[in-house]
Design a protein around this ligand. Structure first.
Ligand SMILES: C[S@@+](CC[C@H](N)C(=O)[O-])C[C@H]1O[C@@H](n2cnc3c(N)ncnc32)[C@H](O)[C@@H]1O
Length: 254
């Protein structure tokens, strides 16, 4: 709500329209950071998309068996305001320590506040997920609504790296909208994840929206009474295993 201290509700709802148009029709500008440019769009993201992503990821991890198990470290790639990482981390049996990575400084500040509010210890890293160096030990990796903002070539490299990490003990959760341009790469990622023993799902559910989200939804002419999304989930060790790595915390990981 602090986001409404400096902006009026109608300024935020106007910015939400612009932000939604960026996600739907102007996706090519996402790679330039267009989504979080300007106070209005940032407020709209924090007040509207953040809570929706939280609700979706919370629903996903509580629906997939094993997804709320024990992970020592959760790496939130393109963490934004930290909503999705907080949803996963706070649903886990034992709360993981979170590493939030984003190229956007404002987002990192927001994410630090979000993780703290959910009782999650966190370290923040500013950088490009295309050249991310994941911690040596096995981790849970989350990429929620992020991969579509990465260039095709970087995404391709990342795919190879993430699948290799899964085979060495990482757990992977990728979340994207059902519709949109993610379709061009989704099926390829899906095949890779499935052949590493993972699963692909589409989600559609109704839940009560926080009052500010419902109000902004109506004001911006959107309709999120039903929340939808899709995910790729790959648990650790689901793929062909190297027997030397058959422990959740191998002595000499990558
Ligand atoms: C749509 S937001 C999603 C945020 C968050 N994961 C969530 O689910 O709410 C995408 C985030 O990815 C970040 N991002 C996009 N491309 C990136 C890159 N190449 N490296 C680091 N962060 C990136 C953006 O700055 C933004 O915060």
């Amino acid at each position: 709500m602090r986001h409404l201290e400096e902006l009026t509700f109608s300024e935020v709802s106007r910015a939400l329209r612009a932000l939604s148009a960026t996600y739907i029709r102007r996706r090519r500008h996402l790679g330039e950071g267009a989504a979080l440019s300007g106070r209005g769009k940032r407020a709209a993201f924090a007040l509207f998309y953040g809570p929706l992503h939280y609700l979706l990821v919370n629903h996903i991890v509580r629906s997939i068996p094993g997804a709320t198990g024990t992970f020592r470290t959760l790496v939130d790639l393109g963490c934004g305001t930290g909503a999705s990482g907080a949803a996963w981390g706070s649903a886990c049996a034992a709360r993981p320590s979170v590493v939030g990575l984003d190229r956007n400084r404002w987002a990192l500040g927001e994410a630090a506040t979000t993780y703290r509010a959910f009782g999650l210890a966190a370290r923040m890293r500013q950088g490009n997920i295309a050249s991310v160096r994941l911690p040596n030990e096995p981790v849970a990796v989350l990429a929620a609504f992020t991969l579509n903002e990465v260039s095709e070539s970087a995404r391709e490299v990342l795919l190879g790296q993430l699948i290799a990490r899964v085979k060495r003990g990482d757990t992977l959760l990728i979340v994207e909208p059902v519709a949109g341009s993610a379709a061009s790469w989704w099926n390829r990622w899906r095949r890779e994840v499935e052949s590493a023993g993972g699963r692909a799902d589409e989600w559609r559910f109704r839940t009560e929206l926080p009052a500010i989200v419902a109000r902004l939804d109506r004001a911006a002419g959107l309709d999120h009474r039903e929340i939808t999304g899709r995910s790729l989930w790959c648990p650790a060790f689901a793929g062909p295993m190297n027997p030397e790595l058959a422990s959740p915390h191998p002595k000499n990981p990558a």
